[in-house]
Design a protein around this ligand. Structure first.
Ligand code: GAF
Length: 385
């Protein structure tokens, strides 16, 4: 259990001291990709993989942080001008700053942390890190004054202001609000959410990691967001100034502005408008245990992400085709894209065949083996010890 490893390493690095231990998970998302920053719906759940950090206030104004997996140590102060250069440390620094901006008197602390959520696999290791520290700082220095949704916003603002990714709220929301056995449908415009029990009897959720490292910060993600915002601006001018997000639009409205936007922006918006509707369709299908419809929608999402939103890649399309050929119920690229995993809804009896075939054929074609993760829907941010 890697919690014990965190405890051991903390003790070793910080003179035998003991602190408090916090954990936050990564997430999956059944459907609703790139819809969060468009005011749409998402449908994530936290997973049984995440980050664990031991933390102890140290009575100074310095943070002393040890990244166990990277064997890297960084010290930084807590003022805006103290921002560290090391990228992993900027997540912790950003969370400290964002908590301070919300009135929490953040003081120095020692910390060691480690994770088992695969990096760059589209399962939100960065949100897991942010949520761990946001939750811990709220408890250790803030008397739990900041409510849970605002803790998620702290993580999101960290990405925007300290890490260069203009992400939506989904990942941090799922990491904070996750509940065992439940997916959460979040309306990203109103912030209303509803838990849906998810026990797909007879099926497994399987992640196949293409081991192509996605790099959200690599401006492609921000560019997708800009495309959506361009279309909204044109709709505001041409149709109705009250349109705030693509959530407020439909395909007829998109066609009304077709001549005023680029072909590329048109495709991006088409995908988003359809994807927002797919989340609602999947929720309705789940309520009657109609997994065939859930799976069909997942394939539609993959098609849209690959051909319209263009955030898939050869490896992910290949994995999606294997799923289709094996008659897997649903399969699609998950998360921001540009690499990472496909999420597959697989009938129990097909599991062995699919996994064997995916590993064999992918390895033959790309000369490297994909990784397989079976995930369990689990709890969100919490204190362990
Ligand atoms: C990334 C982002 F961080 C999320 O906000 C979301 O937009 C996702 O990509 C795509 O659905 O994980």
């Amino acid at each position: 259990m890697f919690k014990q490893d965190v405890r051991d390493k903390f003790k070793k690095h910080f003179n035998g001291e003991e602190g408090f231990v916090y954990a936050s998970p990564g997430r999956i998302n059944l459907i609703g990709e790139h819809t969060d920053y468009n005011g749409g719906f998402v449908f994530p759940g936290a997973v049984d993989k995440g980050m664990i950090a031991e933390i102890k206030p140290n009575g100074t104004d310095q943070v002393r942080a040890y990244a166990i997996d990277l064997k890297d140590y960084v010290e930084f102060g807590l003022r805006e001008e103290d921002a560290p250069h090391t990228s992993w440390a900027r997540y912790i620094f950003g969370v400290c700053r964002e908590m301070a901006k919300r009135g929490i008197e953040v003081k120095g602390f020692d910390t060691a942390f480690s994770g088992d959520v695969p990096l760059g696999a589209g399962m939100s290791s960065s949100a897991a890190l942010e949520s761990t520290f946001a939750f811990a700082i709220n408890e250790l220095f803030g008397d739990n004054k900041i409510e849970k949704f605002e803790l998620a916003r702290v993580g999101q603002a960290t990405e925007h202001n300290y890490c260069g990714v203009n992400c939506g709220i989904m990942d941090q929301f799922a990491s904070i609000f996750g509940k065992e056995g439940q997916l959460i449908r979040l309306d990203c415009r109103s912030s209303e959410y509803r838990y849906f029990p998810f026990h797909p009897t007879g099926y497994k959720l399987v992640l196949v990691d293409s081991v192509v490292k996605h790099e959200l910060a690599s401006s492609a993600y921000n560019k997708r967001r800009e495309s959506c915002e361009n279309v909204v601006k044109v709709m505001q001018k041409e149709i109705d100034p009250k349109i705030e997000f693509l959530r407020d639009a439909d395909l007829a409205m998109l066609n009304q502005v077709k001549d005023k936007i680029s072909q590329e922006d048109y495709m991006r918006a088409e995908y988003v408008i359809e994807e927002i509707q797919r989340v609602l369709d999947v929720c309705a299908a789940l309520e009657v245990d109609d997994y065939e419809t859930v799976g069909k929608k997942m394939y539609e999402t993959h098609h849209g992400m690959s051909k319209l939103y263009e955030v898939s890649c050869e490896e992910l399309d290949f994995l999606n085709d294997i799923a289709k050929n094996c008659a897997v119920t649903g399969s699609r690229v998950m998360g921001g894209g540009f690499g990472g995993c496909t999420l597959n809804l697989v009938k129990d009896e097909l599991y062995d065949l699919f996994v064997t075939k995916a590993v064999k054929e992918f390895t033959e074609k790309f000369g490297k083996s994909p990784k397989i993760y079976d995930v369990k829907i689990s709890d969100g941010a919490r204190r362990l010890d």
